[in-house]
Design a protein around this ligand. Sequence first.
Ligand SMILES: NC(=O)c1ccc[n+]([C@@H]2O[C@H](COP(=O)([O-])OP(=O)(O)OC[C@H]3O[C@@H](n4cnc5c(N)ncnc54)[C@H](O)[C@@H]3O)[C@@H](O)[C@H]2O)c1
Ligand SMILES: O=c1ccn([C@@H]2O[C@H](COP(=O)(O)OP(=O)(O)O[C@H]3O[C@H](CO)[C@@H](O)[C@H](O)[C@H]3O)[C@@H](O)[C@H]2O)c(=O)[nH]1
Length: 439
Amino acid sequence: MRLTVIGTGYLGATHAACMAELGHEVLGVDVEPDKIAALRAGRVPFYEPGLEELLAKHVASGRLRFTTSYQEAAEFGEVHFSCVGTPQRQDGPGADLRYVDAVIDSLAPYLTRPALLVGKSTVPVGTAARLAERLAALAPVGAEARLAWNPEFLREGFAVEDTLRPDRLVFGIGEAAPESEADLRAVYAPLLEAGTPLVVTDFPTAELVKTSANAFLATKISFINAMAEVCEASGADVALLSKALSFDTRIGGRFLNAGVGFGGGCLPKDIRAFLARADELGAGQALGFLREVDSINLRRRDRVVDLARELCEGTLSGRRIAVWGAAFKPDSDDIRDSPALDIADRLQRLGAEVCVYDPKAMDNARKRFPALDFATGALAAAQDADLVLHLTEWKEFRALDPAAVREAVAHARIIDGRNALDDGAWRAAGWTYRALGRP
Ligand SMILES: NC(=O)c1ccc[n+]([C@@H]2O[C@H](COP(=O)([O-])OP(=O)(O)OC[C@H]3O[C@@H](n4cnc5c(N)ncnc54)[C@H](O)[C@@H]3O)[C@@H](O)[C@H]2O)c1
Ligand SMILES: O=c1ccn([C@@H]2O[C@H](COP(=O)(O)OP(=O)(O)O[C@H]3O[C@H](CO)[C@@H](O)[C@H](O)[C@H]3O)[C@@H](O)[C@H]2O)c(=O)[nH]1
């Protein structure tokens, strides 16, 4: 089939390359000419394992092309995927839908023959119904310009794997256009033939599956981080608590790692947007717990700052602090709402001299926080440090030799904000090792 993928960021670039891998002819569309130039050259303008290889393969095969022209997109595509951002609004907790609206406004006037627009962005419930009307009103073909909603569940760092082997597919089909289901079944035929579970539903359910999935994941992380707070107050060990919980198959061990909490371009803004939308619908009381999920999450960052001050004899002023990690999670260069950089920035504002190192997110971090210092490696960042903070659990940090790092620092003190280092090895090498929720 001939598909377009509109918005070629973390989600869209992955979706475009994976749709080409499934055998479709794909045209990626973005408003940023630099991004399109990079993608045309087979270069992914961000870090996502395995994506560049897949992109280059299909740019070379001719099955994957890129453009900035909506007219070209409309002329080319039978099915158009909308993958633009839905960040938190500047002026409040709700989702900023201006990019989602702009896709309709830019594409619709060129739709002179029947077409299907499929929303993949994460949106507040009720958005799809509104967009379907807007699309039909603006398109020359009227109601033959149909909308469907197909939320995306991929994780950064595993984006290609998650797109080619998803846990499930969800199709939100508009009442007025039941034939959209057949189009989506055709797009995803290889995945459905491989046995991927499919849920076909209406617009509001499809939108809510996505926001409730992220709310559940955020809740699970904040649950274990709340237990970490209680562990800190009682002398218990959250790592062992989490391990013991995980053997109960009803609970499971995934998303039960206590630490500095969740960040990124999804969970934090999605729970806030969910709350804001529920308030608008008069259902805010049902989601009140999500406010607490958000607060527990942010309190973990405060806890690291307090612990850092405590380890630096009560003052951060003039202390040299190494921060290992800038990305919001390993295997990504994404720094959106990164706990590591938020903590680094706060420590610096409190007078510390902070030096950051991350294997992949340095360029993004430098652009966003130009006042921070950056080093070329983990050891260089730790040079003469009074304290080391391990805030993003890259494999590279776990492989470090604690004895070698000890040679570099001024004081052998480390806070493991991800409970991911071998605490025994660090202590044996003479370090004061502290972790969140552990004695
Ligand atoms: N990143 C993820 O892991 C992930 C996973 C599932 C769902 N989502 C959701 O997908 C959406 C996109 O997220 P992202 O992380 O890829 O964002 P992103 O910021 O990385 O990408 C958005 C892209 O859209 C482009 N764009 C903006 N306005 C445009 C327009 N009018 N026309 C064409 N392109 C335009 C931007 O230039 C950018 O390249 C969000 O709703 C997000 O919540 C993201
Ligand atoms: O036990 C855990 C698991 C994760 N995290 C943190 O939680 C955040 C989010 O991690 P993850 O969910 O793996 O990353 P994302 O790529 O943001 O993916 C989430 O957000 C996407 C966008 O909506 C969804 O598609 C995915 O299903 C959902 O997992 C990161 O900061 C992690 O460090 C923890 O603190 N403890």
